[in-house]
Design a protein around this ligand. Structure first.
Ligand code: DHB
Ligand code: MG
Length: 585
């Protein structure tokens, strides 16, 4: 299907927007009036610029507060419209979006509204222009798409049809099934936006929080399916008003929009995700050649081998595999390896969704591994077992340590790319969002979203870099343990400075909330955090101090616990900040 996007959806000047939109592969744009008014180029030149870039101008918008007005106002509104029609001729576009009247002067009279819309369509036809009428969710009298359709039917003019906008329909909880009753040729345009579920006035919600399909909670694909069933054959057009998108990189947002439409098309075609990962193959830590060794040794990891030609070491414990890559960089989490049934297919899928595929020679070892860059720059490798053969076989026998594998990894996104990250993990890796949280930090608020495969084998937590709190871009690797208390006991005895201290107040409160009995004393002594879910599943966890940007979490899940101890995160954040500050930062 043709893919278009409203110019309001991305940042920049109109010239920058058009360039980025074309580069992302869109076929055309909805030209937003403000972008035109603020543009120094005459309409003919905008038209030529778009054409040079291979873009059509599919629609001009919005035209406001036209219908259902007193007669004297109608004359003025028609004069305003005439000006738009002439402008549209110069722009070479033939579809004008008219949104339902929000003015207090509008009259709640369908006959009047329809007659005036018909008149508008007649005048427009004289300029080769058609009218797409859209019900805004906050329209004065028309705020529902089926009401708009009644007016269009009543007006009965071939140049008058509907503009359907998924936000206005789904934000009000209207059932989109009614779209199927509209003849496809009367749906002149289809605008798509998703949104997070927020309890607020629809106008504020629409103007600030819209996002691309797949980034929110609406079933946008389901709505599109109804439009296609009705016979709609026009473009799929993104129309997003979003405070973050207005500040983000233009090209990046445009590519993200295209990724969203490609994924939506895949959903419509019923293609299931080809390559959901089945587990963590490894996490790769970059350091300056020794920063992590001491911590990993203390945690019970063994250095299983070194790469014959690269400064990369493999450290293992149980099923957890960590690669230490002496790049000379600040200690950080550089890459994640994911196991899956079809690594080559996974890369092809990622590439089709516009993920940057990283050059082969940047693979951490010789096996033919492909990687793509996640939105925060972390390399994601798609693996089978072959990479292990680059290392000498690990020593036989179990290490006897408490760590059994990697439970989850947490990455930090720049705050204006949070939605991009969610879409990436959803569509490229096939993970599902588990929940979104806002966690208090001593110096700000941390937004956090957990994503997981259906079986919980691959869990990723996406955090937003904190604004106004010193911008600490921490990342962490959480290691699953079979006896976290035993490990904590050993670490407290042998490496007293390694673990993050937890305040006594936390345990006093824990005692009040849960009847933990003697276990509480042990948690308190060992500085282990605790959480319990509604079904009695339990989570015990603790943290190491931070090395560069990275810290380790040690976790133990029992009874089907599926969360991340979110209630404890503020305690951890405060402890980390105080460590940083007393540490001379
Ligand atoms: O917020 C608005 O005013 C507005 C304008 C045009 C649209 O197509 C829309 O969905 C909203
Ligand atoms: Mg709209």
């Amino acid at each position: 299907m043709r893919k278009t996007i409203a110019t309001v959806s991305v940042s920049g000047t109109l010239a920058e927007k058009l360039e980025a939109i074309a580069a992302a592969g869109f076929d055309g744009v909805e030209l937003f009036e403000n972008d035109l008014l603020a543009c120094p180029l005459p309409p003919e030149e905008i038209r030529a610029r778009a054409a040079d870039l291979g873009l059509t101008i599919d629609l001009y918008q919005p035209f406001r507060d036209f219908e259902a007005v007193p007669d004297d106002l109608l004359a003025r509104n028609l004069r305003r419209a005439e000006h738009k029609f002439r402008l549209m001729e110069r722009l070479g576009t033939d579809l004008l979006l008219v949104c339902s009247n929000v003015s207090p002067e509008a009259i709640g009279d369908d006959e009047r509204a329809a007659a005036q819309l018909r008149l508008l369509a007649e005048r427009a036809a004289g300029h080769g222009v058609r009218i797409a009428y859209e019900a805004l969710a906050w329209g004065r009298h028309v705020d529902e798409y089926l009401h708009a359709w009644r007016l269009v039917r009543l007006a009965d003019h071939p140049g008058l049809g509907l503009c359907l906008d998924s936000f206005h329909i789904l934000s009000r909880g209207s059932d989109p099934i009614g779209i199927e009753a509209v003849p496809g040729e009367k749906i002149f345009f289809l605008q798509l936006a998703d949104a997070p579920l927020l309890a607020m006035d629809v106008l504020q919600w629409s103007r600030h929080y819209r996002c691309f399909p797949g980034q929110g909670t609406f079933d946008v694909a389901g709505l599109v399916r109804h439009a296609l069933n009705a016979g709609y054959a026009g473009p799929l057009s993104l129309e997003v008003f979003n405070d973050h998108f207005r500040q983000a990189d233009t090209g990046r947002t445009a590519r993200d929009g295209m990724r969203s439409l490609l994924a939506l098309e895949g959903e419509l075609a019923g293609t299931t995700h080809p390559c959901v990962p089945t587990g963590f193959a490894f996490a790769e830590l970059a350091d300056d050649g020794g920063a992590f060794g001491e911590v990993l040794g203390a945690l019970g990891f063994t250095r299983a081998g070194a790469h014959p030609r690269k400064p990369v070491e493999l450290w293992t414990q149980g099923g957890a595999r960590l690669l230490l890559n002496a790049t000379g960089a600040e200690p950080s989490l550089a890459a994640i390896g994911l196991d899956g049934p079809d690594p080559a297919g996974a890369v092809k899928h990622a590439e089709a969704l516009l993920s940057p595929v990283l050059p082969r020679e940047r693979a951490p070892e010789e096996a033919r591994l492909d990687a793509v860059a996640a939105p925060d720059g972390t390399q994601i490798f798609f693996c089978d077992d072959s990479w292990l053969s680059d290392f000498p076989p690990p020593p036989a026998g179990r290490s006897g340590g408490a760590v059994t594998g990697i439970d989850h990894v947490a990455l930090t996104q720049p705050w204006h790319y949070f939605d991009e990250a969610e879409l990436f993990y959803r569509t490229v890796l096939g993970l599902r969002p588990q929940g979104s949280l806002e966690l208090p930090d001593p110096y700000g608020l941390l937004r956090s979203k957990a994503m997981s495969d259906p079986g919980g084998a691959v869990r990723m937590v996406v955090n937003i870099a904190q604004v106004g709190s010193g911008d600490v871009p921490w990342q962490h690797v959480a290691l699953a343990c079979d006896d976290v208390l035993a490990l904590a006991r050993r670490l407290r005895a042998e490496h007293p400075g390694l673990l993050l201290p937890i305040p006594a107040n936390y345990y006093d409160d824990l005692e009040a909330r849960h009847d933990l009995g003697p276990e509480l004393r042990e948690l308190r002594e060992l500085g282990v955090l605790y959480d319990r879910d509604a079904r009695g599943g339990e989570f015990l966890h603790l943290y190491t101090v931070t090395v560069g940007r990275v810290f380790f979490e040690l976790v133990q899940r029992t009874g089907g616990y599926d969360g991340y101890g979110a209630g404890n995160a503020p305690i951890r954040l405060a402890a980390q900040h105080s460590g940083h500050r007393s540490g001379g930062h």
